[in-house]
Every structure is written in structure tokens, then in C-alpha cells.
Design a protein around this ligand. Structure first.
Ligand SMILES: [Cu+2]
Length: 147
């Protein structure tokens, strides 16, 4: 019985350690982009600077990747990404991605359609206001954040 409780203690402490490791491990983001897309690379840098663990996959057909991730084409941008169960389309700020993960709504994910001037990875002297959209399972959307 003594060895069994020692084993139980060992398992319990292993669970605590792995739990701590999970809490501290950066969130993995998979980005699908063209190899020739400069602003996509800059968005990837923006995510990394904000603590995400980013894996990039260069693909020939970004729209096909977008469709696989369940993001409707009308929200399309230059790159598409997957984080947890969500799709992230375009130059969505890292803070919005964090908030999405924290709030965990039932949704396809977030989209910043087009290529908004002044969004992360699209830095410019003339930033334009833009919205991050929350894309719903029925394909509709609502404003998630204004920038
Ligand atoms: Cu872009």
C-alpha cells in the first residue's frame, strides 16, 4: 500500500508539472500563405512578438486552405490561419486572437477582410479604420473589434 500511495503522489505531481507546462506553453498558430507574400510574413512576426508559437505553411492555393478551415470566401484576405478550433483570416491583431481564445465563443473565427491599411503587417503612414469581424457558424458576422 505504501508503494501505491507513493505512485499516486508521483502521478499527482506529474499532473501538476504538466499542467504548469501547458499553462505556460505558447499558443500554437498554423498559418497558410503564399511563399511570395511579404505582408503575411510581417503578420507572422507580429504574432511571434506577441507570444504565439507560429508554424507557417507555404501553399499554392490560399483560397483552398481557407475553405478547408471553414472560412467563407467573402471574408478572404492574403493568408489564413488556424488556432485551436478557430480560423483567423487576414491581418487580425494578436490581441483580438487572445480575446477570442479567452472568450471562446461558438464561431468559425475572426476575419479582417481585404488588406486593411495600418493593420498588423500592413503598417503605413496612412492607417485606415477597420473592423475585426467575428464569423458565425451560419456564415454571418458581427463586429468583434474596431481599430
Ligand atoms: Cu496581407
Amino acid at each position: 500500500m505504501k508503494s501505491r500511495s507513493a505512485l499516486g503522489g508521483l502521478i499527482a505531481s506529474l499532473m501538476i508539472v504538466s499542467g504548469a507546462a501547458l499553462a505556460q506553453s505558447p499558443t500554437r498558430v498554423e498559418v497558410f500563405k503564399s511563399a511570395y507574400c511579404g505582408c503575411c510574413g510581417k503578420w507572422v512576426e507580429h504574432l511571434r512578438e506577441n507570444g504565439f508559437d507560429v508554424v507557417t505553411k507555404d501553399v499554392d492555393d490560399v483560397p483552398a486552405a481557407r475553405e478547408r478551415l471553414g472560412m467563407p470566401e467573402r471574408y478572404g484576405s492574403c493568408h489564413t490561419a488556424k488556432v485551436g478550433q478557430y480560423s483567423i483570416e487576414g491581418h487580425v491583431p494578436a490581441a483580438d486572437v487572445r480575446r477570442l481564445l479567452a472568450e471562446s465563443p461558438t464561431a468559425v473565427g475572426l476575419a479582417a477582410p481585404g488588406m486593411p491599411q495600418g493593420s498588423p503587417g500592413m503598417e503605413t503612414a496612412n492607417p485606415q479604420p477597420y473592423e475585426t469581424l467575428l464569423v458565425h457558424p451560419d456564415g454571418g458576422s458581427s463586429v468583434f473589434a474596431r481599430h
